[in-house]
Write a protein that binds this ligand. Structure first.
Ligand code: SF4
Ligand code: SF4
Length: 347
């Protein structure tokens, strides 16, 4: 829609004005790292953060949320869930923007998820261009998520003493009206182009093959011996899926109060890496070994989700690699499968 310039000195005033009407989620320093939290004041936000442990998806799909409450088992009185909270997620990196686009697709297709979609419609995204890799685990360039041209309402690019702000949507325009901004000049646009072109060489390609080959690589890798090796190493701790911005599996259970007449239906994140995840009636487990569970995880990331939703299930954020205690990482797994294929293995 338009490009405007927001001086860094005016950023906190902008964010504080948002806080008057919105829950604003932003990156803050926490426990020696960074986390997306609901801000109390703009000064707490740290836009220079490399990455966060948990992704910002928790504002759309909370770790645990009540779907509804019931108060009388006999008459079946049911209380509707809390209404959606008007929210701005501020400072989201482009890998996470791509991840939210996938979540939007997943939760709006098939049996549309009303709870997610209500919150999503009340959520605006202010994203931030990454100008250098988070760390050695990032592989966003290989996954095509190093930048984004949609999926946000406002997008910030750091120009040094100011941000270039791409105003993408009507919602973004309403937000930026609260800020002291100036239209971008020709000199600003030249500075923006220079910043964007200088960033690309800083990011390495970390996959040894083109990402468009990933689905077919996985397709011929069902019988790879790598899965057994990963299964023996994996601790089944579920850290990898818990930190992943694209994992969307959840569990639903009822909690009954001690009075036995009231309670609530709760949804919470679940993980395909837990052995009970695929246990069904009769105690049968259709993914009975950790090797099968690891294979399923990587097939989802590079193939199954693409086939179902037209988006790859991995955005290359590297969070799972940072979280894994036994160094099971998507880059190593995909590159090893590629190496095996080049050697003519695992038909
Ligand atoms: S699989 Fe790992 S690298 Fe890929 S999106 Fe999930 S956490 Fe990020
Ligand atoms: S974080 Fe590592 S050890 Fe834990 S479940 Fe995932 S792959 Fe296995």
């Amino acid at each position: 829609m338009s490009l405007v310039i927001l001086k860094k000195n005016d950023l906190n005033q902008f964010v504080d004005s948002l806080l008057e009407d919105y829950r604003v989620g932003g990156p803050v320093a926490k426990n020696g790292g960074y986390a997306f939290e609901a801000l109390e004041e703009a000064a707490d936000m740290r836009l220079e953060y490399p990455t966060t442990i948990l992704p910002p998806k928790k504002f759309l799909l909370p770790v645990r949320e009540t779907l509804f409450e019931f108060h009388d088992a006999q008459s079946g009185v049911v209380k509707a869930p809390e209404p959606a909270i008007p929210t701005v997620i501020f400072g989201m990196h482009t890998c996470d923007v791509h991840a939210v686009q996938l979540l939007d697709q997943v939760f709006s297709s098939g049996y549309a998820d009303g709870k997610y979609l209500k919150q999503r419609r009340q959520t605006l995204i202010v994203s931030l261009e990454c100008l250098s890799p988070c760390d050695e685990h990032s592989f966003c360039k290989s996954m095509g998520t190093l930048t984004a041209d949609e999926g946000y309402d406002l997008h910030l690019v750091d120009l040094g003493d100011a941000y270039a702000v791409d105003v993408k949507t009507d919602g973004g325009r309403e937000l930026i009206e609260r800020a002291k901004v100036a239209p971008a000049t020709e000199a600003d646009i030249q500075r923006l182009n220079a910043v964007l072109s200088e960033k690309w060489p800083r990011f390495p390609y970390r996959l040894d093959f083109d990402i468009s080959d990933l689905p077919s690589l996985l397709n011929i890798s069902m019988k790879s011996p790598l899965w057994e090796e990963l299964g023996e190493r994996c601790l089944a701790c579920a850290a990898c899926t818990n930190v992943c911005p694209t994992c969307f599996c959840f569990d639903v259970h009822d909690e009954i109060d001690l009075n036995l007449t009231s309670g609530r239906r709760v949804r919470s994140w679940d993980s395909c890496q837990l052995d009970e995840f695929a246990t069904v009636a009769g105690g049968h487990n259709f993914r009975r070994s950790q090797a099968l569970r690891q294979r399923h995880r990587f097939m989802r990331k590079g193939r199954y989700i693409l086939e179902a939703h037209k988006f790859l299930g991995c955005v290359g954020c590297g969070r799972c690699a940072r979280a894994c205690l036994v160094d099971i990482t998507p880059v190593n797994v995909f590159n090893e499968l590629h190496r095996q294929k080049e050697l003519g293995g695992h038909a």
